[in-house]
Write a protein that binds this ligand. Sequence first.
Ligand code: PBG
Length: 329
Amino acid sequence: MSFPAVRLRRLRRLPLFRKMVRETVLRPEDFVQPFFVRAGRGLRRPIKSMPGCDQLSPDQLLRDVRVLYRSGIPAVILFGIPSTKDPLGSEAWSADGAVQTAVRLLKGALPDLVVMTDLCLCEYTEHGHCGVLKKGKNSRNPVIDNDPTLELLARAAVSQAEAGADLIAPSGMMDGVVKAVRSALDSAGFTETSIMAYSAKYASGFYGPFRDAAESPPRFGDRKTYQMDPSNTREAMREVALDVAEGADIVMVKPALSYLDVIHRVKQRWDLPVAAYNVSGEYAMVKAAARNKWIDEKAVTREILTSIKRAGADLILSYHARDVVKDLK
Ligand code: PBG
């Protein structure tokens, strides 16, 4: 009888041995917790398709963020739900908008917290698209007009920076947005405000619950003329290359789980931090299966988040962050 020459099981024998040779370890600092803010006081509206997440008024947001901050999570990203929507999405740059109010409150109470703001028009426009519309030449539906959208996004970015945002995250997939936001911030004196570009953002079915949460589904058509085709990775490299050239400080791949190969390729090729967004649909699937007792929520959540980090993500935006941090020792 011959013995196996190498025995990999030796180092798996003891829990502490396994811990010592672990290659990927989650830390609280890896995470960014997303929140949905709407104007008002004392407001806490559960989001049905995202169990554990609520639409919050700024005061309630601060309560939750205090707890989160104590647990070691360094950053939040805010999405706004406006009180009124219009064709241009003008509440996006209102100094008294829900996001601007929330940023002022958070930075006033927790100056060291990293406050990020999502920058997009879809929550603010009555048509629910991420840009302004113009009449289509060859289509019955209107089309999303890239360059006029950039001017509005630049305005909204400056108003978020004025409120005190540390980082602006343009998520609308308009061409040239990073350059437009960078130059608007610089001209307004916000040279220290960072940009995290949603560089490779795919036209994904996994955003469904978010659109409930942010009340932002497109009223007609879909987002395929600006978000990426899930089949493409070389195109993702072009998106990232442009955002890097335009001055992004961090680049993002979104969603995360179906795009681990993209995260990996981006990480191999560029030296700036790579973020991944573990999106609403990915979260909702885990919650739904766990509620049915079909999976072990803790184990699956940790496995998913570890896989995202293992693929190359330096930052992970995830609704699971506040749950998972409790078990990170
Ligand atoms: C807005 C935006 C979306 C998400 C983040 N920013 C929705 C969309 O593009 O339709 C999705 C986040 C999630 O699903 O968790 N452009």
